[in-house]
Design a binder for this molecule. Structure first.
Ligand code: C5P
Length: 223
């Protein structure tokens, strides 16, 4: 299997940005596994055949879809809708359901097993990549930062897009998701000894990036 780098961590810790930077630098494919939970949440909330129906119906459709179908679906949904705070909380709620996790974990494993001919490996970000989905990842990073700092970063991004959301709302959303992601029964956000923790509270993204590249190189060399 081609090497997999797992970037797990807290909501708003910059996992997505970091994973994209690493993938581009290493010549690896990138998968944002949270995006898959967001698509599932979007489908449940917005497609008329699933509104008000039990999630089993959605799971049954998802299990017949390919990763390509799912990514095609993603292309049809606006990024702002998919990344909205409502969808974040909805994705976090969907991700508590074991049936939903099973089907999405299957997609993640397929991607890890075959990231594409042009890629040397993959970088996958999420909550349970190193702990459950791909436990044999060559390198497992846990990205975090103080909740207030994560909220401040998100507030800055949203303000730049003229959003009217308040700092307090963002803070509450981040704290609620941390709590929901860490306390669920199935595949909670957990830290075991395999992980290297990177706390970005007092670092720029470039500083954390340099640290992580060094860690990945060491892990691959010592494999
Ligand atoms: O990473 P992102 O914030 O887009 O993820 C949205 C939600 O999907 C998270 O709050 C989490 O509940 C869920 N998720 C998960 N397992 C993953 C990735 C995301 O449970 N591997």
């Amino acid at each position: 299997m081609k090497p997999v780098v797992a970037i797990d961590g807290h909501a708003g810790s910059g996992k997505g940005t970091m994973a994209r930077m690493l993938a581009s630098y290493l010549g690896f494919a990138h998968l944002d596994s949270g995006g898959l939970y967001r698509i599932a949440a979007y489908m449940q909330l917005n497609l008329s055949q699933f509104q008000g129906s039990p999630p089993e119906n959605l799971v049954s459709l998802l299990s017949k879809m390919s990763m390509q179908d799912l990514l095609e679906m993603q292309r049809q949904i606006s990024e702002d809708v998919l990344r909205s705070d409502i969808m974040s909380i909805a994705a976090s709620s969907m991700s508590k359901l074991p049936e939903v996790r099973n089907v999405i974990t299957k997609f993640i494993r397929e991607f890890a097993a075959d990231p594409g001919r042009n890629f040397l490996g993959s970088v996958i970000d999420g909550r349970d990549i190193g702990s459950v989905a791909v436990p044999n990842a060559v390198c497992k990073i846990f990205l975090t930062a103080e909740p207030q700092i994560r909220a401040k970063r998100r507030f800055k991004t949203l303000k730049a897009k003229n959003s009217s959301v308040t700092f307090e709302e963002i803070c509450q959303n981040i704290i609620a998701r941390d709590q929901q992601d860490s306390s669920r029964d199935t595949a909670p956000l957990t830290l075991n000894d395999d992980y290297i923790i990177i706390n970005t509270s007092n670092e720029t993204i470039e500083e954390s990036f340099e640290k992580i590249v060094k860690i990945i190189c060491d892990s691959v060399i010592n494999r």
